[in-house]
Design a protein around this ligand. Structure first.
Ligand code: TRP
Length: 358
């Protein structure tokens, strides 16, 4: 991907091999998805597509997981949650995350997450948690269940990140504040006890970062939208996708051009551009002299072509849960070895006595 910057030249990373020649230690990239059903086209273009590019660049050690513990901060139907966790895994693999190249697991399978989260809770301030926009939004939305987990959500997320000495966290724009608080917690801890955690950096792509609703193009495309015409998910059929684009809300103009007040057309041009890899100018040129109807159809088709192979793979993985279990078993075992090192280091720093191994 053209907008991907690969940072490998940092001097502190150059380790020495036995022969004396310099060997670059790979940077660590980590991200989790919530197990909340089919992801949207916006999630795919803004985040997952990029996770795959990071993995395939070969320049990073990558960890990708399903944040099942985070999901418990809102009330879940146990059976539904279980199936959504599998779907989360199927989505990761279906989008191109390869368990041979990346470590793939479920958060709850690596017990160190909950353990480090407890420690970090004691270094996270009430005031800073109160300022988190996600907490404010979710407590308005789930007013009858404003539980402590919803409030301390960012400390668990900080643990997810800091356990692996993560350098980069590729996320959508909406998660930026959570990465910032993770950095603040890490800096605070390092300030008291000396360097314990790597300070993570958010990695947010420009293209696809803000895919808007097809029905109300001034609002972000959101999974929880009740108007199904507003949202494309990666499990939509070709037919559904084409229909939704046909119905997409646009203005009364006719030119395929980016412009002020043309939110609908701007959004479609951005989607077309993100999916095809063409610049918005190239898209404008390609559709010069053609009308909105033609363009909407073309958008539907390119998106359907992108989504189809993903949908087919996700459905295939969903029929093979034993395989998903096996991927997670191996992934958790690898993640856990790494996580344990950081956890023990943290225990020692704060003055806990690490159990002696036999
Ligand atoms: N909070 C993230 C979301 O809602 C999911 C998440 C949990 C995450 N832990 C993480 C993302 C660690 C990146 C890194 O999408």
């Amino acid at each position: 991907m053209s907008e991907m910057t690969v940072h490998t030249e940092h001097a502190e990373n150059a380790g020495q091999t036995a022969g004396g020649e310099k060997k670059e230690k790979k940077k660590i990239s980590l991200s989790f998805i919530q197990p909340s059903g089919a992801i949207t086209l916006g999630n795919y273009l803004g985040a997952l597509k990029n996770w795959v590019a990071i993995q395939d660049s070969g320049d990073f050690n990558c960890l990708y997981a399903v944040a099942d513990l985070h999901a418990l901060t809102v009330r879940q139907d146990p059976k539904g949650l279980r199936s959504q966790i599998y779907q989360g895994l199927a989505v990761l693999l279906g989008c191109g995350i390869d368990p041979e190249k990346s470590i793939v697991f479920q958060q709850s399978h690596v017990h160190q997450h909950a353990e480090l989260a407890w420690i970090l809770n004691c270094y996270t301030m009430f005031g800073e948690l109160s300022r988190m926009t996600q907490f404010k939004d979710k407590s308005a939305k789930y007013a009858d269940n404003i539980n402590a987990g919803l409030f301390t959500y960012p400390a668990l997320m900080a643990a997810d990140i800091l356990l692996y000495q993560t350098d980069y966290v590729p996320v959508g724009q909406d998660q930026k504040q959570h990465i910032e608080i993770a950095r603040d917690i890490a800096n605070r801890f390092n300030g008291i006890y000396g360097k314990t955690f790597t300070i993570p950096e958010p990695y947010i792509t420009k293209s696809g970062a803000r895919i808007m609703s097809l029905a109300e193009p001034t609002r972000k495309m959101s999974k929880s939208d009740t108007n199904k015409n507003a949202v494309i998910t990666i499990l939509d059929t070709d037919d559904e996708i084409v229909k939704k684009f046909k119905r997409a809300v646009t203005d009364s103009g006719s030119e395929i051009r980016m412009g002020e007040g043309k939110d609908g057309i701007n959004n479609l041009i951005c989607i077309y551009s993100a999916v095809t890899g063409k610049s918005t100018e190239e898209v404008e040129r390609e559709f010069e002299g053609r009308g909105y109807g033609d363009f909407k159809l073309a958008c539907g088709e390119v998106v359907a072509d992108t989504v189809r192979p993903i949908r087919e793979k996700v459905n295939e993985y969903m029929r093979n849960k034993d395989y998903l279990d096996e991927v997670c078993r191996k992934g958790a075992a690898m993640a856990s070895r790494f996580a344990q090192r950081t956890l023990e280091k943290t225990y020692k720093k704060v003055g806990l006595v690490v159990p002696k191994s036999e």
